[in-house]
Design a protein around this ligand. Structure first.
Ligand SMILES: Nc1ncnc2c1ncn2[C@@H]1O[C@H](COP(=O)(O)OP(=O)(O)OP(=O)(O)O)[C@@H](O)[C@H]1O
Ligand SMILES: [Zn+2]
Length: 651
């Protein structure tokens, strides 16, 4: 009771009662999720549903404080529930050990919540929840952290930008030849080991087309020749793989990859005119040398007392790890292929044998090219595309999420802001905020109108769907599902097929575009025809209104495009400047995250809801950074001294 009376004094009785009645969905019970669930049960929320598909890993325990050692391998969602109930048993928590993308989590299910809160770590799941919340018209609190950086915002259909309104950064790519022939940094060697050699040895022959390699430079004739030679080498390696069961296999692979192939590359003199050529390595030369000699020869330090994970291995140790992991993974693959001829082993930073192999081969390659070698711990971070996860960043972000939740439930969406945690700036200001952005008129996700359609997907055909749309004034339609054309006036092959036979079943989103290019997204809900009775279908929502809304949106898009064309024409110097500023800010934030060290986490900036936008706004009330007490117009955050933060909630 005392807890609630404090809350009432702080935010008022009526909001406390609204919070107690609200039903909240929390997606993800990892770094942010654990903090968030603890906050929710401690701040008056009484009805919480938590979903996470994963189990607890040892590496989670340094920051996911609802989990302890004895919980390893158990469901994150279930354990998070049990631990949170210990904080406050008077809360109704439903936990689900499932993927949020499962079909049973339909638009109607999303509609049953007053609020959804994302504590996820990947774009795919975030995009999915974004779309479901737009379709269900439920407000979404979106969050993300990357090292010391974090951000929190809200997404509300037609009122704010959605998760997909701004393009997200694509993963970094490297030219093929840098990776395969002329590496110059440790990451080039790691990408080669993880995305090329690993795939060749333990994957399917065709899938060495990793996203981290770009073929942009393959137009040039020299490069094309080099790629052809590399392809031949790959074939030769596959021939060696056929002898995996025989004595000396590891030595044969080693000598092929680090001696024969390197010698061939070395013989291409043009390539080394302005670069240091690589030095081939021979298995026997290394294994026949003693450890002492190794140290003298290769100047690798073996500091006793340092964990093997955290120091660079000697060359001999590296070769030993190479041999052991190669043999283990080869026999693992053999067993897998007994039941599935197409099976492959995937790299996973938490799978110790795959990490061993990538660390050893990346370092052997680095050695050959005279590049700095890395510890297994460092390779894990780099190969897993990892930015350190900081428990306090997650805690601050989870705190800000709850404050946004308070405002949303208090019907004050207009007062919500996007907040960024920007550690490492010279100003004594940790959190900066900016007003919520309006939807991007060009967005393919939120600038659509959603309607629900109850229909017997087993019996109704595409033609039935077209007819019912026509009955509702949607004429000359084109129908697509997830980029797949189902029907258009020039492609009617599917007209007589049932929806279900085209996998248009319960929960699927179908894009319908009419003669005026207005797009409506139809969420299918399978209902048996017997239940539907005489009406063969039932529409949820107002199609006419949706079409009108689409007309307005088309007009807005046209205006935005015209405005853009005029700007481009005039080359407005202010606009150019603002782009430069944005880039500078972005680079600055990235450089902060690059210099951070700490525990590991795979969330990258791409996982954060929006790339940090404007330069840190000179917010109202912020001084020049020299004053010791600054009032910041953040509504809920006041920074004192530049050191401590007082959180004040203004009702
Ligand atoms: N589609 C999904 N459905 C349900 N939960 C998901 C989905 N995708 C991701 N998650 C969960 O979101 C959480 C994100 O938490 P976090 O970013 O801390 O990642 P983590 O996996 O715990 O940490 P790490 O990646 O560093 O091992 C994870 O627990 C993950 O299982
Ligand atoms: Zn959008």
């Amino acid at each position: 009771m005392a807890r609630e009376s404090h809350l009432e004094t702080t935010i008022g009785k009526s909001l406390v009662s609204t919070i107690a009645d609200a039903k909240v969905l929390m997606v993800g019970a990892g770094g942010i999720g654990c903090e968030l669930l603890k906050n929710l049960v401690m701040s008056g929320f009484k009805n919480i549903e938590v979903i996470d598909l994963d189990t607890i890993d040892l590496s989670n325990l340094n920051r996911q404080f609802l989990f302890q050692k004895q919980h390893i391998k158990k469901s994150k969602a279930h354990i998070a529930k049990a631990s949170a109930l210990a904080f406050n048993p008077n809360v109704n928590i439903i936990s689900r050990h499932q993927n949020i993308k499962e079909q049973e989590f339909s638009v109607d299910w999303f509609k049953s919540f007053d609020l959804v809160m994302n504590a996820l770590d990947n774009l795919d799941a975030r995009r999915h929840v974004n779309k479901m919340c737009l379709a269900a018209n439920v407000p979404l609190v979106e969050s993300g952290t990357a090292g010391y950086l974090g951000q929190v915002t809200i997404i509300q259909k037609d009122k704010t930008e959605c998760f997909d309104c701004q393009p997200k950064e694509t993963p970094k790519t490297f030219p093929v030849c840098t990776i395969r022939s002329t590496p110059s940094t440790p990451i080039h060697c790691i990408v080669w080991a993880k995305s090329y050699l690993f795939g060749l040895l333990f994957g399917n022959a065709e899938d060495d087309d990793d996203e981290t390699l770009s073929k942009e430079d393959s137009g040039n004739e020299e490069t094309a020749k080099e790629l052809a030679a590399l392809a031949q080498e790959a074939q030769a390696l596959k021939a060696i793989l056929a002898s995996a069961d025989t004595e000396g296999f590891a030595k044969r692979v080693f000598d092929k990859v680090f001696h024969t192939d390197i010698q061939r590359l070395r013989s291409m003199e043009d390539m080394w005119k302005s670069r240091k050529p690589p030095t081939p390595l021979k298995y026997d030369d290394i294994m026949n040398t003693t450890e002492d000699l190794q140290k003298a020869m290769y100047a690798t330090t073996l500091e006793s007392g340092t964990l093997k994970d955290q120091r660079v291995w000697t060359l001999r140790e590296t070769v030993e790890v190479f041999s052991d992991s190669l043999l283990t993974l080869t026999s693992r693959l053999k067993i897998m292929r007994e039941t599935d001829a197409e099976a492959s082993v995937q790299f996973d930073k938490d799978d110790s044998e795959t990490l061993d192999f990538v660390t050893a081969t990346a370092n052997l390659r680095a050695h050959v090219y005279g590049i700095e070698e890395k510890s297994r711990f460092q390779v894990k971070a780099m190969a897993g595309n990892i930015i350190p996860a900081i428990a306090t960043t997650n805690a601050i972000v989870a705190g800000m999420m709850v404050m946004l939740a308070f405002k949303i439930l208090n019907k004050r969406i207009a007062d919500c802001k996007t907040s960024y945690l920007v550690y490492g700036r010279h100003r004594p200001q940790l959190i900066v905020s900016e007003p919520l952005a309006k939807p991007n008129p060009k967005c393919y996700i939120c600038r659509n109108s959603y309607i629900g359609l109850k229909i017997d997907t087993e019996k109704s055909t595409v033609q039935d769907l077209i007819s019912l749309l026509e009955e509702n004034a949607v004429q000359d339609v084109e129908i697509q599902e997830n980029g797949r054309v189902i029907y258009d006036p020039d492609f009617d092959d599917n007209a007589g097929k049932t929806l279900a036979s085209l996998e248009l079943s319960e929960g699927k989103f179908v894009d319908v575009v009419d003669e005026d290019d207005r797009k409506i997204i139809v969420c299918l809900k399978h209902v048996d025809s017997a239940e539907l009775g005489e009406n063969k279908y039932e529409i949820e929502g107002d199609i006419e209104q949706a079409l009108e809304q689409q007309t307005v949106m088309r007009q807005q898009l046209k205006e935005a495009q015209e405005a853009e064309a005029t700007h481009e024409h005039q080359e407005d110097p202010d606009i150019i400047m603002s782009d430069v500023n944005k880039k500078r800010k972005h680079d600055e934030i990235l450089s902060i995250s690059e210099t951070t060290e700490g525990p590991l986490k795979k969330t990258t900036l791409e996982g954060v809801a929006h790339p940090p936008v404007e330069d840190v706004a000179p917010l109202d009330g912020v001084g020049d950074g020299t004053s010791s007490a600054q009032a910041v117009d953040l509504d809920e955050v006041v920074i004192v001294d530049g050191k401590s933060i007082d959180v004040v909630i203004l009702d």
